[in-house]
Design a protein around this ligand. Structure first.
Ligand code: GTQ
Length: 347
């Protein structure tokens, strides 16, 4: 690593002079800009669902989904407080929709994912189609797609919201519009998208071809079944157990352009091989218990807990029960830019 250049009175006077012209000498900041490996304010952290749930129910008494537009508590990385970030590039929140409520229709540049944590039968409508949601379902709201959420069931529904808010903020590309009515007009029957694109077949006719998957609900029942079948072969990846990537069936690429999404099964008594990658990752536990060592921090997790691993910190998962974990990161962005890296050790 290049050492800091010497400070002299002449140089300091020069820096002050050019400072007035909005200029800075590269050699005074170079080592902070171009680091030998990722240096992040993002730190490992875990949110217990019991704490989130309690705070959310209290929020439920303070404000309606309609008044709040979205009743969400943001999960802020302790190293990035005040910035609405769970990692440097991504946002996480937990949303509560109480029976009878509607979160009114809007659309924005930011892409959103939902991962259902508790409840049954509340819906999201996306681009003219409704989908009812169950625990473990992965639901997509593409950039600029109209979306509203409602709960016609008799129990509150909680889900994890993952958005690319910080990324869009960084690029200064944010737009939002409000439809002006609670619910958007419904144009297609429920299950239409999954029928068209979720049967390993594709409609013949006019090509669609968007950056985001045309499937907007990947039901947990199907994904879980796939993992259970795969387990029979016993081919575990040393770093990830059995880990599946949600895909856009039209392209085979990630399901969303800015966020990679995954579901993995780790069997009871599994210790994963040390793994690190440059995409800081948010993990949402669906089933099982265990602990994860992330850099020099240890977190203990159970169902519905959410934890975050910063870029390039080594991760080791140890399970005490069969565990299923959903995760998301900015991996597709880094891959498209050609800067994504992983380190599997010797595994
Ligand atoms: O459901 O549309 O957590 O627009 C943050 C912004 C959820 C949503 C969030 C949003 C939404």
């Amino acid at each position: 690593m290049q050492s800091q250049v010497q400070d002299t009175p002449e140089r300091r006077a020069f820096y002050e002079k050019i400072d007035k012209c909005n200029m800075t000498a590269l050699w005074t900041v170079m080592s902070a800009l171009i680091t030998p490996e990722p240096k992040s304010g993002c730190v490992p952290f875990l949110w217990k669902f019991s704490e989130i749930r309690e705070a959310m129910l209290e929020a439920g008494k303070l404000i309606t989904a309609k008044e709040a537009e979205r009743r969400v508590l943001i999960l802020e990385n302790p190293g990035l407080r005040g910035q609405s970030r769970v990692t440097t590039s991504l946002y996480a929140g937990v949303q509560l929709v109480i029976p009878g409520e509607v979160a009114p229709a809007h659309r924005h540049s930011q892409s959103a994912l939902r991962f259902v944590m508790e409840g049954s039968g509340a819906y999201t409508a996306v681009n003219g189609e409704k989908t009812r949601m169950e625990v473990g379902d992965f639901v997509i709201t593409p950039s600029q797609a109209w979306h509203d959420h409602g709960n016609m069931s008799d129990k509150p529904m909680f889900w994890l919201d993952g958005l690319d808010i910080p990324l869009v903020q960084f690029l200064d590309a944010s737009f939002v519009e409000h439809l002006g009515q609670d619910e958007q007009p419904i144009a297609r029957p429920e299950g239409d998208a999954l029928a068209r694109y979720g049967a390993n077949m594709m409609p013949v006719g006019r090509a669609r071809g968007g950056a985001t998957s045309p499937i907007f609900n990947y039901p947990y029942s199907r994904s879980r079944e796939a993992l259970e079948r795969m387990r029979l072969s016993g081919e575990w990846d040393p770093c990830h157990g059995l880990k599946m990537r949600y895909i856009n069936p039209e392209t085979g690429d990630h399901a969303m352009p800015t966020m990679g999404t995954f579901l993995q099964l780790l069997p009871k008594g599994f210790t994963s091989a040390r793994y690190r990658s440059t995409d800081a990752t948010v993990f949402s536990v669906v089933e099982g218990r265990g602990r994860s060592r992330i850099g020099d921090v240890s977190v203990e997790w159970g169902p519905k807990d959410i934890f975050v691993a910063p870029s390039w910190k080594p991760i080791v998962h140890v399970t005490t029960e069969d565990a299923v974990i959903f995760s998301y990161s900015d991996q597709p962005v880094q891959q498209k830019l050609g800067i994504w890296r992983e380190d599997r050790g010797n595994a």
